[in-house]
Design a protein around this ligand. Sequence first.
Ligand code: C5P
Length: 301
Amino acid sequence: MPSVKVSAPAKVNIALRVGPPRRDGFHPLDTVFEALDLFDDITATLDTTGQVSLRIEGLGEDLPTDSSNLAMRAAELMRERYKVSAGVSLHILKRIPVAAGMAGGSADAAGVLVALNELWELGLGKNELHNLGAELGSDVPFSLMGGLAHGCGRGEVLAPIHPGALHSWVMVTSDEGLSTPEVFREFDAIMGYQPVAEELVADTQELRAMLEGTDIETLGSLMVNDLTEAAFSLCPTLREVYMAARQYGVTAILSGSGPSIGVLADDATTADVIAGKLSRELPGYKILRVNGPAAGAHVCP
Ligand code: C5P
């Protein structure tokens, strides 16, 4: 049977500024995404009986494989929208931690969109895939695009940033995930926010300018995530992990809505050393040594 394999990247938010919720419930963001060289592999195999099915291997084997899984929703959306009669058997080899703030679910959905565009010979361009991605979730368009990008709106309005340097990261991840909607709700409670018409949020312009250069120290001093206190409030042990991570590298930052914490290092060798130290200091946490920026969801040869 014909099949297509796609790799889709994890992400870290180098900055995440969040405004009060809009009337549609989403929060206006000013964020910088970086794709990391940690990939989920999505293999789509043609099913001539017209069935759509999903199997997950690796991390997240206990995740649902019905329509509540974003990867299944991506396949169903494409099948309906383009009136495809063929089916697909999807297999995901998951390496991106689940509910970690590293866009694993979005990567899988992006991977499905790219794979089915090939498998079902739909001939969709980047814009069409982007729009389908935005219908599925705020982070899916970035998982398609990859690299380094400025995100606005609810995260789906993207502008690429030309990277001045490669970034060496150590990600501290835990088996215990955090729910994104819950973290946003806690953020509103802490800030005392009520829904308002969309407001401009703090700007990441200075940080974005630094990303085009090679000054990692200044970049680190500008990194900020407005969801940090909300994530700490829901998961109090995370503050200690964050403090432990912060003593190393240029700085540490919560990724997205957490609980993963990214430590940015001066260079690859330093990152390797930090990964070793944090593995010893934080037993029970999974330490990942990754680099960015990396490619967006792409077909593998
Ligand atoms: O877009 P996505 O489905 O990934 O978002 C999941 C949830 O996260 C939303 O339902 C919303 O509660 C919250 N969210 C938000 N503002 C954003 C992105 C997500 O409030 N910009």
